[in-house]
Design a protein around this ligand. Structure first.
Ligand code: MG
Length: 299
C-alpha cells in the first residue's frame, strides 16, 4: 500500500493511493497509529475520492524522536569527498556505519518550500536518500531478521548546511538540523511491496539537471545491516525513521562546489516509491504550505 498524509478540512488525515485516486482512512492522522493498530487501516467510504492535485500534502510521517541517519553509505560518495573533508572524516572507508541524527523539527512535506537560512549558511546542499520506517522496535536485532522490523519505505532529502557541519566541531548535528531540511514523502510504501530494498534506483535533480543517480544495490551497509548495527545495545522503537545514506553527486564535492540558491527546484526520487518536488526559498518566513502538486512521480 501507498500511504499519504494531507490536510482535509483542516485536519491531518492519511489516505491510500489507489489507481482511481486517494481514499481517505477513517480517523487516522499518523502512520504510528497504523503500526500499532493495523485494524485501523479502513477506508472511510462516506468521504469522497480525492485526486492528487487536490491534496495539501503534509509530511508522510511525524517522527517522535530524532531521525537516524547514515554517513558515507555509497562508495562513490565516500570517494568523491576524500581530501575535501577538512579533517572532518576518515580517509579510509569505515568498517561500521557512521550514525548521526537530524532533529524532528527538520521534517517537511514532499512539496513544501524549503528555507535557505541565508543568515546562517551559504552552503546548503542536497542528499537524496531511501528512508526506512520501523514497524517493530527491538534491541540486538540480528541482520537476517532486520527487514521484518521494517513497516515501509519513503524518500528523504537530508538537506545539509556544510559550513555549519564544519563550524560546530566534528559533530554534524547542527548542520543537519536546521528547520525544514528533511522533506519526507510523498508516500510511505509498505514493506510488503518492496521485494528487495537493495535494488532501487535513486536520483536527485536540481532545476531539471540530474545531480545524483545510483542504485541502492551500491550501499556499503544494506538496510538490514544498518538496523542490526544501530540496534546493538540500543533499543529501536516502532515509528523510528532511518535515512540510509546518499549517493555521490552532492554539491560540496563538485569542482567548483555548488550550493542551493533561492528558487532552486529539487526533485528527489526513489524508484517505485515516488518523487518529491521541493523549492528553496530565501528566508524561513517564506516557507509556505502552498503545495498542491500534479503528480506523485517525477514525470
Ligand atoms: Mg545524508
Amino acid at each position: 500500500m501507498k500511504i499519504i498524509a494531507f490536510d482535509y478540512a483542516g485536519r491531518r488525515r492519511l489516505g491510500l493511493v489507489q489507481n482511481e485516486g486517494i481514499r481517505i482512512l477513517k480517523d487516522v492522522a499518523d502512520i504510528e497509529e497504523l503500526i500499532h493498530l493495523p485494524e485501523r487501516m479502513q477506508v472511510d467510504t462516506s468521504l469522497p475520492l480525492l485526486a492528487v492535485e487536490q491534496l495539501l500534502l503534509l509530511p508522510v510521517i511525524r517522527p517522535r524522536r530524532n531521525l537516524f541517519c547514515v554517513g558515507w553509505n555509497y562508495r562513490k560518495h565516500f570517494d568523491e569527498s576524500i581530501g575535501k573533508r577538512e579533517g572532518q572524516g576518515p580517509e579510509a572507508l569505515p568498517e561500521v556505519p557512521t550514525f548521526f541524527t537530524k532533529a524532528t523539527t527538520t521534517v517537511a512535506s514532499a512539496v513544501d518550500d524549503l528555507p535557505l537560512h541565508p543568515e546562517l549558511t551559504s552552503k546548503l546542499d542536497w542528499e537524496v536518500e531511501l528512508a526506512v520506517v520501523l514497524g517493530r522496535g527491538g534491541r540486538d536485532i540480528p541482520e537476517d531478521q532486520a527487514l521484518a522490523h521494517v513497516y515501509g519505505y519513503t524518500v528523504a532529502n537530508d538537506i545539509s548546511a556544510r559550513d555549519l557541519q564544519r563550524a560546530h566541531g566534528a559533530q554534524w548535528f547542527k548542520g543537519k538540523s536546521l528547520d525544514g531540511t528533511c522533506p519526507l514523502g510523498p508516500v510511505l510504501l509498505t514493506a510488503d511491496e518492496i521485494a528487495d530494498p537493495q535494488a532501487l534506483r535513486i536520483s536527485c535533480r536540481v532545476n531539471g539537471q540530474t545531480v545524483q543517480s545510483d542504485s541502492t544495490s551500491n550501499q556499503i551497509f544494506p538496510v538490514a545491516r544498518l538496523i542490526s548495527e544501530l540496534s546493538r545495545g540500543m533499543t529501536l522503537l516502532a515509528g523510528d525513521v532511518i535515512l540510509t545514506g546518499t549517493p555521490d553527486g552532492i554539491g560540496a564535492a563538485r569542482t567548483p562546489p555548488v550550493f542551493l540558491r533561492e528558487g532552486d527546484r529539487i526533485e528527489s526520487e526513489v524508484e517505485g516509491i515516488g518523487c518529491m518536488h521541493n523549492q528553496v526559498f530565501g528566508a524561513l518566513s517564506a516557507a509556505t504550505l502552498s503545495n498542491r502538486i500534479a503528480s506523485l512521480n517525477c514525470e
